[in-house]
Write a protein that binds this ligand. Structure first.
Ligand code: SAM
Length: 283
């Protein structure tokens, strides 16, 4: 079987199987070998690695992952892609395709069963309609993770890297930076996909921290972050007063004790600042 990462082979496979794209699953298949090389290189896969691929599509990236890794599990929601994958992955013995919605898979259990609980690598050209829920599920369910190398909408990748003061800075930036060190690998134009998406994409690698960069009550930290950015235009004081179990006085005292101005907004606070506030409030 020839590699799929070019328009001619991709078209031939799609036609041979009478496949039609399903927009609701965010199906934009990669047709550029150079981008594929960059993804594989940045994911730094070795023969010791267990790799989880989310949304293999027709198997373009899966083929390369099978060649580089010890074992690959690919989770694909669209059952009409199963016969295609059986065909394109027929020469590989180290791959299992699971027909399921990734948000319903117990990834922690999968990592335990397949990789003895050791950190796994996740590689994916993600369906853009559920990028954030997938990333948050991977982090918050405490799956043992070494790295996540993903193709996402360019502006989402930018948001993951932002710091305080930027318009794009928000809950996603803080969550990603709490759990990992993000690095954008390359920007990918719509012409690298079939069919072409309306927006530019980026490949980003999130190298997961062994220990978070701040130590505090994690649950409270994320409650504070969510409450601050849910009402972005409000002051931190007002944002936190809604929806948390603290009184207005407790919040204003904590803000003063942390050394912030009473009119400060959440978007001005760094991860360390949020952690300080969580520490004060959990006393
Ligand atoms: N990896 C392929 C590639 O690079 O050409 C396909 C990428 S395409 C952007 C996203 C893939 O994710 C599609 O195959 C789609 O059917 C699949 N998908 C969408 N939602 C999913 C979900 N909830 N769980 C698992 N796979 C999903």
């Amino acid at each position: 079987m020839a590699y799929l990462s070019n328009p001619t082979y991709t078209k031939a496979v799609l036609e041979a199987h009478g496949f039609s794209f399903k927009k609701q699953y965010g199906q934009n298949f990669l047709i550029d070998g150079n981008i594929l090389d960059k993804i594989i290189e940045s994911a730094d896969i070795t023969k010791d690695d267990f790799v989880l691929e989310i949304g293999p599509g027709i198997g373009t990236m899966t083929q390369r992952l099978c060649e580089e890794a010890k074992e690959v599990v690919a989770v694909e929601i669209d059952k009409t892609l199963l016969p295609v994958l059986e065909d394109t992955l027929s020469t590989y013995k180290n791959v299992t395709v699971i027909n399921e919605d990734i948000l319903k898979v117990d990834i922690k259990k999968l990592a335990e069963e397949k990789n003895e609980g050791k950190p796994i690598k996740v590689v994916a050209n993600l369906p853009y309609y559920i990028t954030t829920p997938i990333i948050m599920e991977l982090f918050e369910s405490h799956v043992p993770l070494e790295s996540i190398t993903i193709m996402v909408q360019k502006e989402v990748a930018d948001r993951m890297q932002e710091g305080p003061g930027s318009k794009e800075y928000g809950a996603l930036s803080l969550a990603v930076q709490y759990y990992s060190a993000p690095e954008v690998v390359c920007v990918v134009p719509p012409s690298c996909f079939m069919p072409q998406p309306k927006v530019a994409s980026s490949v980003i690698t999130l190298r997961c921290h062994e220990k978070p960069p701040v130590e505090c009550n994690e649950k409270l930290l994320f409650q504070l972050i969510r409450a601050s950015f849910n009402q972005r235009r409000k002051t931190l004081q007002n944002g936190l007063s809604n929806g948390l179990h603290f009184s207005k006085e407790e919040i204003s005292q904590a803000i003063a004790e942390a050394g912030f101005s009473p009119t400060i907004r959440g978007e001005a606070l760094s991860l360390q600042d949020f952690a300080r506030l969580a520490d004060i409030l959990s006393r």
